[in-house]
Design a protein around this ligand. Sequence first.
Ligand code: CUA
Length: 173
Amino acid sequence: PADRLWYKHPIDRVEGTWIAIALTWCIILFAMMTGWHIWGKQNLSTETYRSTSAQFMEKTQAMVDKYTVRTETEEKIPVVAPPAGSDVYLLARLWSFWPILELEKDKTYRLHLTALDYNHGFSLQPANINIQMVPGFEHVVTVTPNESGTYSLVCNEYCGLGHHRMVSRLYVK
Ligand code: CUA
């Protein structure tokens, strides 16, 4: 019968209170995420394109072949100094970044990022920029480093057993 339909029943006061609490909490969380994004420079908006790992690796490898200046770390990761103003590529995978970029101060680059296997993070410290690297997508941001130094690059998305040691660096000269 019609009077047993759920939407014909009045909302109980206790239930109403809990609905109000839940809605308020939703609003607070969304406000925090918005603030985190806008003022916290976290999860920046990027131009995003679909891309396969193979396509991305090809472009990265081409840059590495052309502009490697030395290798660093035990794993001999290439340090790449691409010309000012060019497109630069950085990939993330379990559990490293590749290659190491060396950029020039006050020059503008198009930074292309992707992950080859799982979600990884591009967290640049102390600049405190964070971008998610999602497999299957190429994220492009225009960057103009305005302070020279060695920046720490940290994976900020939990990506398994080696997550805590997924760190690299980025040079600005
Ligand atoms: Cu990659 Cu955490």
